[in-house]
Design a protein around this ligand. Structure first.
Ligand code: F6P
Length: 345
């Protein structure tokens, strides 16, 4: 078969591992040929691609980012977009398309599959919030990076007797905040699934000061809602899928904490650092397992489906199910956060 791959949405450590494994198994086991469209769906519309061979993909599973580059392009909103995609795929004699992306990218994959295009999906996001899969590659790497940052914040916050608020990514899901906050020993961990109780946050920090520890570390997810004002959306711009850019809650929260407690407070926004650099061993392995399953799905004609991790097995579900809702933290994880925080009234 002649197969095209693309990567859409925010990049994510492990994307290259998926590409590597799909191409390797496709060529060696099935005798396939591959091209990679550049810059997500934008490259399909512009007919921009590179050949993917054993040589050009050699060693990429070790590298972060995506060799295919990425964009947030919503084909559904572009007049004539679907026809253009059909035309470009036909022109390049593409038998099947593998789209690596989060819920926005996969909404396009589903739309195309419903319009007769042989397309399947591989879930991608550091946010770990795709419905129907236990883990997405990139999450482990993001958590490692955020945890290392939180570790480092402890010593400088301690030296200066300060509170430091660390803002992490995750959109409306608190997976990165929960994991890095608990793993990094934050005194307060705030997730978007729960409203911020500022008095409780201040009481937790005061507890430290009253018990001989004159500093505090707070981890806050970018998607948390402030008691007044809701989410902090930075510049206020929205992307092609209508999502506002979330950024700045750490700084806003630091101001509130300093005002209410009198403790000198700083903030740091980890931002895109969490998506950068090499993937962890776990993400390299998970990405390659997704890639191997994706190429099998293509040869089984599983159009409109997406690879997922269930327990320790890689299997697949419909894209419709995967994008129907976001997977968010539940009581089991709230209990973890609460269980390791101080007990204050
Ligand atoms: O969805 C992944 C993610 O990193 C979110 O955690 C974050 O809100 C968003 O992407 C940032 O997007 P961009 O790279 O477009 O600023």
């Amino acid at each position: 078969m002649r197969i095209a791959l693309l990567t859409g949405g925010g990049d994510c450590p492990g994307l290259n591992a998926v590409i590597y494994a799909a191409v390797k198994k496709g060529i060696n086991h099935y005798g396939d040929e591959f091209i990679g469209f550049l810059n997500g769906w934008r490259g399909v519309l512009d007919n921009q691609f590179i050949p993917l061979t054993l040589e050009s993909t050699d060693g990429i599973q070790l590298r972060g980012g995506t060799i295919l580059h990425s964009s947030r392009t919503n084909v559904k909103k572009i007049p004539g977009g679907i026809e253009k995609v059909q035309e470009v795929l036909k022109q390049n004699k593409i038998d099947a398309l593998i789209a690596l992306g989060g819920d926005d990218t996969q909404s396009v994959t589903l739309f195309l599959a419903e319009h007769g295009i042989n397309a399947i999906g591989v879930p991608k996001t550091i946010d770990n919030d795709i419905n129907g899969t236990d883990a997405t590659f990139g999450f482990d790497t993001a958590v490692m990076i955020a945890t290392e940052a939180v570790d480092r914040i402890h010593t400088t916050a301690d030296s200066h007797n300060r509170v430091v608020v660390v803002e992490v990514m995750g959109r409306d899901a608190g997976w990165i905040a929960m994991a890095s906050g608990v793993a990094g020993g934050a005194h307060v961990t705030l997730v978007p699934e729960k409203p911020i109780d500022i008095d409780h946050v201040c009481a937790l920090l005061k507890y430290n000061y009253d018990h001989g520890k004159h500093y505090g570390v707070v981890v806050v997810a970018e998607g948390c809602h402030l008691p007044e004002g809701g989410q902090v959306t930075g510049s206020g711009e929205v992307d092609a899928f209508g999502h506002a850019r979330l950024s700045g809650i750490g700084e806003a929260l630091a101001g509130l904490i300093e005002k209410k407690t009198g403790f000198e407070t700083r903030s740091v926004n980890l931002g895109h650092t969490q998506r950068g650099g090499v993937p962890t061993a776990y993400d390299r392995l998970l990405g390659q397992r997704y890639g191997l399953h994706a190429i099998d799905m293509v040869h089984q004609g599983k159009w409109g489906r997406i690879a997922v991790l269930h327990g320790t097995d890689i299997t697949d579900i419909t894209i419709k199910e995967a994008i129907a809702t976001n997977r968010r933290l539940d009581q089991r994880f709230f209990d973890v956060i609460d269980g390791v925080q101080a007990k204050v009234k």
